[in-house]
Design a protein around this ligand. Sequence first.
Ligand code: FES
Length: 158
Amino acid sequence: MEQQTAQPEMTVIGGVDEIVEEFQPKIEAMICTYCTYAAADLAGSQRLQYPPTVKIVKYPCTGRISVAHILKAFELGADAVLVGGCEVGTCHFIEGNLRATERVAYAKKLLEETGLGGDRLEMFYISASDSHGFVNAVNEMTDRAKKMGPNFLGQARG
Ligand code: FES
């Protein structure tokens, strides 16, 4: 399957001679198939707008997402990662989203210790009908990554 890559936006700063590429953060959305993936699908059906630089990785439940999966996403160049699961009390595997919450909290501490910054990672609870919740989560992580700058691990990989 061919992977799409978004083209950087061009911003004209001071005329034709000064065209600067605007930083478009790469966001990885690690989401559960029952709720957040359905919300993302609905957002597409409703033609809601969100940054095209989000890569969606679907899991059967956020309880399957390990700290290693999250850190690997950053190692591979994600500028921010969102984990999206069912709302509390509605996980199809009872408490997978609660386990994910604990793992995200631990991974945030590791990101702080590495200097990358814990704010590049967040847990969201998004129901299947909450297409706007999905869009808001992508926008929030994009804004955070823009403020924090590119992931230096991803830049080191080239
Ligand atoms: Fe959605 Fe567990 S099934 S978080």
